[in-house]
Design a protein around this ligand. Structure first.
Ligand code: F6R
Length: 613
């Protein structure tokens, strides 16, 4: 969950690393630190709190040098404090480490090291890494061999970067398991290391991704990669096309607001090159889908977490309706422990913005073990979920910085719709007319998103009414039931209001007891096949004194007359309706949180990329 940046080259590493960390702060933000080698010595600055605290510290106690490494932390072991912030120095002061992940056997290692007389200066598991490296250095091994021995001794999943003042011409890094990526950026006479691409994008677009159990020795002019077993690796260099400006806030107050508004563009990009409107066909070449596999595919498990899982719930309805393949959605954190019944005709389809979510990756591993084919729908290019899959769909949402996921929710809705049509076509379960209509409907998507964004002034009025609420219910049915879950998740995670998403038909079985005049009820009631049922639910909520905020299709006078407040969304084919219904709910959560004066982009206790189980 933490962010890492490293630099080696002729320039001063300090500013490069601080700028890179700024782009990664969303990954963790309870403490930050930086270390550089200067005149053969390691200098460290670190502090609790956000990156701005570290910047102030460095302004008052400047450092400079190269190479350098930096880190923003999301605490797992040890409270957020200066002493627990990374980088961590060893006892000699000659080795320093930044780390993402959990050393699962750290207590055991700590006992062993303490028995040898090592004194620990933090409560972190990370510190064991640096002491182990020093231990091996003291036996005469160089930095890379000491690092390799250490990497094979620590258990768990990790991204690690090490420097040693004994060998100031190199950085050593490794990726072990699924604790997040390690990407090496290739410059001219300088090189970079980062946990995520945006940190180094302003310097280079040429990158190498480390695979699990690979380590690299990075100097100014060279990158040498090998496996932890010592086998040299011939790396594949990727050229990244993301625009660094896309990682800036631009005219918006918060990244979340910017990303909500980017959905017209991200959905346009999602369709680009995949939809042949003339022939009425879908192309998803990176899936490596063969007609033979499409025919024998008999079960799909969608695995994902949080917002991505809600996208998966919509996807299930689309896949079952259009392609007629049984599909179930399992949370990543549950799938592995559910002893899933899979075989070679099953597909495990994961959805992930970061492509690094530990629970989702663990679910994929379980699928692999059980012989299923693995596909992923993923936003972060080159991430683990993309690389370990047999096929993937790249979301085309671009960098998502706000911790609350928005554009990486709507992109997979369209990806899964396209997938459903492609599977249906290959299996011959839809005729040409149906296929062409389904494909033609996709043409509407960018305009629908744009018109749903026009709800913003109305949303601000509703947000003004709701900003002081303590609880909120979100109700939906059918394809819009997951949108109720998603609307509630958005509200709770950024405005800290207790919110629950509920299948509207279940209200009478218990939760309706919660409704009184203090309880706002957001009813998602567009013109879809469940519309009539939602009308009854709105009436039931009104009869108990609840304040109803409806998401309704333009011109739907009945819903408008029943609800206290209505947000109007454009009419659209029902299978695309979640795109238009979720956008006002994203905006509603955003404006309530902004009106409450909260840190919208970095809500408390959360991190963008959840690389712990
Ligand atoms: C909510 C949110 C999280 C993520 C979840 C999965 O706004 O962002 O619920 O959706 O942590 O993350 P990814 O998609 O990176 O696997």
């Amino acid at each position: 969950m933490c962010g890492i940046v490293g630099y080696i080259g002729p320039r001063d590493a300090t500013a490069i690393i601080l700028n890179g960390l700024k782009r990664l702060e969303y990954r963790g933000y309870d403490s930050a630190g930086l270390a550089v080698i200067h005149d053969g010595k390691i200098d460290v600055r670190r502090d609790a709190g956000k990156l701005s605290r570290l910047v102030e510290l460095i302004e008052s106690e400047p450092i400079s040098g190269s190479p350098g490494i930096g880190h923003t932390r999301w605490a797992t072991h040890g409270e957020p404090s200066a002493r627990n912030a990374h980088p961590h120095l060893g006892s000699t002061g000659e080795v320093v480490v930044v780390h993402n992940g959990i050393v699962e056997n750290y207590l055991e290692l700590k006992d062993e090291l303490s028995a040898e007389g090592v004194v620990f200066n933090s409560d972190t598991d990370t510190e064991t890494i640096v002491h182990l490296v020093e231990h091996y250095q003291s036996t005469g091994l160089d930095l890379s061999d000491s690092a390799r021995k250490t990497f094979t001794q620590i258990q768990g999943a990790h991204g690690i970067v090490l420097l040693s003042s004994k060998e100031p011409d190199k950085m050593v890094c490794a990726r072990i398991g699924n604790a997040g990526g390690v990407v090496i950026g290739l410059g001219d006479g300088e090189n970079f290391i980062a946990s995520d691409i945006p940190a180094i994008l302003e310097h280079t677009r040429k990158v190498i991704f480390l695979d699990s159990r690979q380590m690299a020795v990075v100097t100014r002019d060279n990158v040498h990669i090998e496996t932890l077993e010592g086998r040299p690796v011939d790396p594949q260099v990727h050229i990244v096309s993301w625009d660094p400006v896309a990682a800036e806030k631009g005219e918006y107050r918060h990244f979340m607001q910017k990303e909500i508004h980017e959905q017209v563009r991200s959905l346009t990009d999602t369709l680009a090159g995949r939809v042949d409107f003339e022939k009425g066909q879908i192309r998803l070449p990176e899936l490596n889908l063969t007609p033979e596999f499409a025919q024998r595919l008999d079960r799909i498990f969608i695995t994902a977490c949080g917002t991505a899982a809600h996208a998966g719930m919509v996807g299930k309805i689309l896949i079952e309706k259009i392609a007629r393949i049984p599909c179930e959605v399992q949370l990543g954190s549950e799938f592995r422990y559910s002893d899933p019944i899979t075989n070679k005709n099953s597909l495990v389809l994961s959805i992930s913005q970061s492509g690094e979510t530990a629970d989702t990756l663990a679910a994929m591993e379980e699928g692999r073990k059980k012989g299923a084919t693995l596909w992923s729908v993923v936003n972060a290019i080159g991430s683990q979920a993309m690389r370990i899959a047999d096929g993937f769909i790249s979301m085309q949402a671009g960098p998502e910085v706000g911790v609350a996921s928005t554009k990486a929710f709507t992109a997979p809705l369209v990806d899964l719709y396209m997938l459903a049509v492609l599977l249906a076509d290959m299996r011959g379960v839809i005729d040409n007319t149906v296929r062409k209509t389904l494909v033609a409907d996709l043409r509407l998507v960018p305009d629908l998103a744009s018109r749903a964004l026009n709800t913003e002034p109305g949303v601000e009025i509703v947000a003004g009414r709701l900003k002081d609420i303590r609880d909120c219910l979100y109700l939906g049915r059918g394809i819009n039931m997951p949108i109720a879950f998603e609307g509630a998740l958005k509200l709770k995670e950024i405005s800290y209001v207790h919110a629950e998403g509920y299948p509207a038909g279940e209200m009478k079985h218990g939760p309706i007891a919660l409704i009184d005049k203090m309880m706002p009820v957001v009813c998602i009631a567009p013109k879809d096949p469940w519309h009539d049922k939602m009308i009854s639910q709105i009436q039931q909520a009104k009869a108990r004194g609840g304040t109803v905020i409806a998401i309704a299709t333009e011109g739907d006078e009945l819903v408008g007359s029943l609800a206290d407040l209505t947000l109007w969304v454009p009419e659209c084919p029902w299978m695309l309706s979640p795109i238009v219904t979720v956008i006002p709910l994203q905006l509603l959560a955003y404006h309530i949180a902004a009106m409450r004066g909260l840190d919208v982009d970095q809500p408390r206790n959360l991190a963008k990329s959840v690389t712990v189980e």
